[in-house]
Design a protein around this ligand. Structure first.
Ligand code: ZN
Length: 417
């Protein structure tokens, strides 16, 4: 057993066996269990070819000769976090707003934000509205391994009727169908519809429901015919109700869900991505930083309380919840970042810490349909792993102490001396 082998020694051993497959062994940490079972203490986690190949107690899980040994004593290993509502080129109203940003400048900004997100422990994201298809190129660059960033699922551009809360305007069912098809052609694995108004709109009520029935029906139908799921930005019970009837797969924000709607969502298995951080006081430091105008702050304040009540009701109703922040995953928020704070707020609103941890890991994986690949630490899963100082399944605040991040077997961050 090489529990205390130094990294240098491990490197030397690897160098001595250049032909051997590269194995990384995370040794001595405790592995969190997402099913509520006891953690594996003093564990060995073996990683090879980007995947987890074995997890077990150190006493019965030998470290192969030549493995790169990474000491994890005192640490808790959890799946990499998954943030399902991200805009990597966020550009909100305020004095910090960037006007006339060129696509290449935007691409570089996304790339930088992708790296920062990964280093914060977020190994998978879903984009819910970027501009002009730029993110598909940035995503390819990351997927190729040339640049660091999370695994990336994207909805392409957010589709709306003219004047709606989103960038790509389309009017009438045929234009809707084309807009949806264009995103899928570019590589979108989700479609995002702005089915109600939003906080950042200068005009119109958040509860407005601008899609006609025909437009919404067609957009959802076309996406589903292509095997692509649909999510709706919504703050409107009326728009949500109709979208649910048409078989929409998920709702973002949901500032104003009614009890009847939550009951239907529960029955249909519809996903809810709360993005609760955007309407709570922790986001104020961000809004101040970007110089948000008064009208924006007033709209944010107007939804804060009801959004919180909706989150509590959704949790109590047992609706499927996947974590999403709508802020940069790494954005500072209440002494931690937006991703971790979002999970903490789920716990405050009624989830157990284990449920909040699941909402940040395996639940998003289920929503994306990749729960046999990521979102849990099991043999055969991709090695997307974070290390923290305590058991986050017992106290979600442990996620504040992320000090190690591995994506697909590659150590992208290790704060250990
Ligand atoms: Zn958003």
């Amino acid at each position: 057993m090489k529990r205390f082998a130094s990294a240098a020694l491990a490197a030397a051993l690897v160098a001595a066996h250049p032909a051997a497959a590269q194995v990384t062994a995370l040794v001595g940490g405790n592995v969190v269990d997402l099913d509520g079972k006891a953690p594996v203490r003093d564990a060995v986690v073996l990683v090879e070819g980007g995947k987890i190949t074995a997890i077990g107690p150190a006493a019965s899980t030998p470290v192969p000769a030549g493995a790169t040994v990474v000491p994890m004593q005192g640490k808790w290993l959890a799946p990499g976090l998954m943030n399902m509502h991200v805009h990597l080129a966020l550009n909100l109203p305020g004095s910090a707003r960037i006007y006339n940003e060129k696509p290449e400048a935007k691409a570089l900004r996304m790339l930088e934000n992708a790296k920062k997100s990964l280093h914060a422990g977020v190994t998978t994201i879903r984009s819910t509205g970027e501009d002009g298809g730029i993110e598909f190129s940035v995503k390819s660059a990351i997927d190729s391994g040339r640049f660091q960033g999370p695994r990336w699922h994207t909805a392409g551009e957010s589709i709306v009727p003219t004047g709606g809360h989103g960038k790509l305007e389309a009017d009438g069912p045929y234009a809707m169908a084309k807009a949806v098809r264009e995103q899928i052609k570019r590589g979108a694995t989700w479609i995002k519809l702005g089915i109600s108004g939003g906080i950042s709109d200068e005009r119109g009520a958040i509860a407005a429901s601008p899609f006609t029935d025909e437009e919404m029906k067609t957009a959802i139908e076309v996406a589903h015919r292509n095997g692509v799921k649909v999510t709706g930005h919504t703050g409107s019970p009326q728009a949500s109700e109709y979208a649910l009837e048409q078989g929409i797969d998920a709702f973002e924000h949901g500032y104003f869900f009614t009890p009847e709607l939550l009951k239907k969502m529960k029955a249909k298995g519809t996903w809810y991505i709360p993005t609760i951080v955007v309407s709570q006081k922790g986001a104020l430091e961000f809004y101040r930083k970007i110089g948000s105008p008064d009208w924006y702050l007033a709209r944010q304040a107007s939804v804060g309380k009801v959004h919180w009540e909706t989150l509590k009701a959704a949790i109590a109703a047992g609706v499927n919840i996947a974590l999403g922040s709508d802020q940069y995953p790494y954005e500072p928020n209440e002494g931690t970042n937006a991703t971790v704070r979002e999970a903490e707020l789920y716990q405050k609103a009624g989830m157990t810490s284990l449920q909040a941890l699941r909402a940040a890991t395996i639940e998003p994986a289920r929503m994306l349909g990749v729960d046999k690949e990521v979102g849990a630490l099991k043999p055969g899963y991709l090695a997307d792993i974070v290390a923290v100082d305590a058991d986050p399944a017992a106290d979600i605040r442990a996620l504040r102490t992320i000090s190690f991040v591995m994506k697909g077997g590659e150590i992208v961050r290790n704060d250990a001396p």
